[in-house]
Every structure is written in C-alpha cells, then in structure tokens.
Design a protein around this ligand. Structure first.
Ligand code: UDP
Ligand code: MG
Length: 315
C-alpha cells in the first residue's frame, strides 16, 4: 500500500459517501495504490451505517472502517487512523470535503519531487473566520510561541501528507491529551507548507464552537509548556524585590531624619515580602510539577531521523 487516507468522521452521514465518490473521481488516474481509513468517532447519526454500506459495496477499493464506542474527539480519531494506516505515505483529511482531494494530489507531487521533504502541510490561504476568532487565534499563537520550545505555525492544519517515519514518530507520542498541531511541530522533520483554500462544508455544520476552540487552545498550551505553572515564581520574585526596595527607601528616609514609617507602610512591606516568598515557593513546586508532567507524558527523549555508521567487519 502506497497511500493511506485517514478520515476522522463525526456525524458526517451525508458526507462520507460524497467524500468517497469525489476522491475516487479525482484519484482515478493516480498510478499508486491507496486505502481509505475511515474512523467513525462515535457518531450518533447514520455515519456508521453509511460507512458499512460503502464497505460492503466497494470490495475492490481498500476501505477500512473503525467505529469508536463513543465520541472521543478528532485527535483520538486521528491517532487510531494512523495506527491502522498501512500506506508508505499517510494523509489526514476531513470528511466534509472542505479539504479537497485535489490538494492531496498537489501534496503528493511535492513529496514525490523531493526526497528530503518528510511532510507536506496545507495551510489555509484565505481565512474563513470572524475578526474576534482571528484575534483569539493570533493571541494563542503569540502566547504559545513565546513560552514553548516547539514552534507553532499559524494556520497550519492537520491536513497533511507525510512519510512513515513521521507517522511512527507521531504514534510514539502516546499522551492522552493530544494536540496535533503541537505534536507535528514537536516531532520535527522536514515540513513544507503549501497554501490551500478551504471550501464550504459539503453538508452539516462545524463541530467547533467558540467554547470548544477555547478549551482546545488552553489544552494545547498546557500540553506544550509548563510556563503557567512556573509563572508564580516570577510574580513572587517581583513582589519580593518590590518589598525589599520599599523597605530600603523607608530606611534611607528615616536615616535622613524623616519620621518613622507608618503602620500601613510596614504592612505593605510585609505583605510584599511574605507574599513574594509564598509565590516563589509555589512557583518552585510548579517547576517540579512541570517536570513530573513531562515525565508522565512519557514522550520519547528524542526522535532519530537517520544514522550514518559503518558496519564493523569481523576480524
Ligand atoms: N471530527 C471528529 N470528531 C469530533 C469532531 C470532529 O472526528 O469530535 C471530524 C469531523 O467529522 C471532520 C473533521 O473532524 O471530518 C473536522 O471537523 P469540522 O469539519 O467540524 O471542523 P472544521 O472544518 O470546522 O474546523
Ligand atoms: Mg470542516
């Protein structure tokens, strides 16, 4: 098998067959073998039935259908799809035809034209979002990029085509709270970004409410940086220093002959210093907790892309 299409589906009853037919049409002259890995993410509509029919009626096409016991979310569907994908190359693509199969052909030709490229990622050239959502996304990338060691590219979607080395690397990250954008950035490899235009949804509605997007963004930040945990230490240090400076100013003032500091001044100085010490302690706990967190995530320590070494000859 040369190419696997991984298609997460949640309540896409009117899209799965259309997706299959469109892809068959566009891929008609494709000289490579390919398979469909549909992951039905606990749909409550007729997605499962329609996928079963598709499977029964198209014996000659390589179709796999994985049905989840409930809705686990797109990230889980992607993971399971990758686990079941047998192609040398894998493409993650939505079921709603917003991401066109024609773009997959484009990505294929990019990957095939250059053996050094491991992954082709399509990013939306035209944004279909309101100003507030756009602002939120902009802020999200600014925050996460300033704290995280991994670089997050704006608008990079999970509409990607990649080689099996990238697939294996992504599968080696077994963390429960998954954030694909971050995971693909974290595993590295040579990624080429190409623009694409997201079309209108073939049928149905987006599964992303503002609340869901917000939760997803927050989960992404907390999966890829322990900075919020350590932030307390920063505030604490500031407060502690402010307390010391305030105390010093008061001492100098009194030494110069001014009246003794008032009770309020003493209280503020104490609050700043004691509060600062407490926050520093909290931040220190945060640093350890951050380490425990990354250990519990159990990510591989590194991902090796290739090795050059000479075989030892027997003497
Ligand atoms: N999806 C999924 N599980 C979910 C939500 C979405 O598998 O819990 C799938 C959905 O069926 C679609 C893809 O993820 O194929 C993208 O979802 P959607 O079109 O709602 O997102 P948008 O294109 O609006 O970002
Ligand atoms: Mg969509």
């Amino acid at each position: 098998m040369e190419l696997s299409l991984v298609i997460p589906c949640y309540n896409e009853e009117n899209n799965v067959v259309a997706f299959f037919n469109e892809t068959q049409r566009v891929f008609a002259d494709l000289p490579i073998t390919y398979e469909y890995v549909f992951v039905n993410d606990g749909s409550s509509d007729k997605t499962a039935e329609n996928l079963s029919l598709l499977f029964e009626q198209n014996e000659s096409s390589n179709i796999k259908v994985i049905n989840f016991s409930r809705n686990f979310g797109k990230e889980a569907a992607i993971y399971s799809g990758l686990e079941n994908a047998e192609g040398e190359l894998t493409c993650i693509i939505d079921a709603d035809l917003q991401q066109r199969p024609e773009v997959v052909l484009e990505m294929l030709s990019v990957l095939q034209s250059d053996g050094d490229i491991d992954c082709v990622c399509a990013y939306q050239s035209k944004r279909r979002e309101s100003k507030p959502v756009s602002f939120m996304k902009e802020s999200f990338y600014r925050i996460i990029n300033s704290f995280s060691d991994t670089e997050f590219i704006r608008d990079a979607s999970d509409f990607r085509l990649f080689r099996s080395n990238v697939k294996q690397a992504v599968l080696s990250l077994t963390e429960y709270h998954r954030f694909s954008k971050g995971i693909f950035a974290w595993v590295g490899f040579n990624t080429k970004y190409i623009p694409y235009e997201a079309k209108e949804r073939n049928d149905g509605e987006t599964k992303w409410s503002l609340k869901k997007l917000f939760r997803y963004a927050f989960s992404g930040i907390t999966s890829f940086t322990a900075a919020p945990l350590k932030a307390a230490a920063g505030f604490g240090t500031l407060s502690f220093i402010a307390g010391l400076v305030y105390a010093l100013v008061e001492i100098i003032r009194i030494a110069a002959g001014a009246a003794a500091a008032s009770r309020l001044t003493l209280l503020i100085i104490l609050l700043l210093i004691i509060g600062g010490i407490q926050l520093i302690c909290l931040g220190t706990v945060g640093v350890y907790l951050g380490k425990v967190f990354s250990q519990v995530q159990n990510r591989p320590i590194c991902i090796v892309k290739s090795v050059l070494k000479r075989e030892k000859t027997e003497k």
